[in-house]
Design a protein around this ligand. Sequence first.
Ligand code: XMP
Length: 520
Amino acid sequence: TILILDFGSQYSHLIARRLRELHVYAEMLPCTQKIAELPFKPKGVIFSGGPYSVYDDFAPHVDPAVFELDVPILGICYGMQELAWLNGRGVSAGIEREYGPAMVNITTESKSEVFQKFFESMPKEFEVWMSHGDKLNALPTGFESIGQTKNSPYAIIAHSSKAIFGIQFHPEVTHTPLGLQLIKNFALAICEAKPSWSMENFVDKEILRIRKMIGPEDHVIGAVSGGVDSTVAAKVLKEAIGDRFHAIMVDNGLLRLNEAEIVRENLKEHLGIRLTVIDASDEFLQKLSGVSDPEKKRKIIGNTFIHVFEREADRILKTTSGKVEYLLQGTLYPDVIESISFKGPSQTIKTHHNVGGLLEDMKLKLIEPLRELFKDEVRSLGELLGIERSLVWRHPFPGPGLGIRILGEVNRTQLEIARKADHIFITEIRNHGYYDKISQAFAALLPVKAVGVMGDQRTHEQVIALRAITTSDFMTADWFDGFSVKFLKLVSSRICNEVAGVNRVLYDISSKPPATVEME
Ligand code: XMP
């Protein structure tokens, strides 16, 4: 295991991601972790970057005992300045922020075996990505400079006799093309970590762990949505404990066309998962009646979900002979990192979670089989477990569903219009081979009426907005600019002709920010 001590950089999770690509197991902990309380002995330690200045009063620092572990250490950006800070000197505010590409020259003439391992398969000069304000103005005690850029005489530093390295740039981002090689050299050649992490091993171990955790008579419940995370999590539980896992799907009446049926077919027929679908659409729509404020709608949908789920779970709890102590959640690694990573005084913690609030009331413990995985790994696991490709690669669909894609008040008439329009758009996206090029697409129904003409008649009807975006992490997004004019004409004419109540179709050309992906 490689230990990553996180100083809160936006890139920290990428370090774990890169190590995983090398099949090396890594754990990320906050930089303030007490070394004596580490739950494992790492083969090496990486200090991440971070948004602070080491000389600030409130700047975070590592437990100095980390140096007594006597394992190789790599400091990245802030992590390098932290090395310098703890070793006597030399950090100052840069005159200007350095952000963007730079060329590094390796300048060590040292024949040291450790240095050679660090630079194995690296050319003398390579491109890197810089993103920092502070820089070293002198070498810390015992260190030498082994790489320079035009602006940084200390772009890479190394301890003269111990395996401790500091780099000013970010090897974990793809803008440093040979960054993965550097991380590989550090983890495999210098730390001698074993590249033994594989999805097959992972899932076998996880299934055994779950079997041990759940008593032989006991049951587990979990909510499924039809999305990839909850489906893969449910399939893992099915493999581990068979019919003692109960999946519950709440049909909130805000699903897409035939959605409940499709989920039933996938989970029950194809994957053999024990599934109960509850039609609670009346309950949801009643509570939404007359409500048009987006936040109020979200709250109502979230609370009603919890209420319905608990009621159904209670019913199942009463009919099973064994105990039900666990609730399945499809938590992924980025959520875990989000909650453990180091938070300074200026940062807020994300609070929203789909089924947050369930636990306090139900007194259930969490079981999270995907908590070590990134999204794309969940997809490979899904394929490994025999889940259909089209489901594994499905676009995400938000919990509040069409409730936040029908702007303003939601009712059955509006739902019918939104459903039909969305179905036409997505069907044509699939037919024209666009689906895999887009991260998410949908049709939204705007809360306005516009004038049109049909035959000799003036019409006064509703407006559909099409949205399609591309993104790597949904934090920012671009509108998709790859549709052909012919495609847009076809979708527009199909929607106006086939969906009663619509006479106009718009295409949303807003990126995030300033817009969001969803319209409410
Ligand atoms: P926004 O609109 O915030 O969307 O730019 C980013 C991503 O998050 C999804 N989303 C949600 N997912 N519950 C969910 O499960 C929600 O309340 C929710 N709101 C937005 C959205 O579909 C997009 O993928």
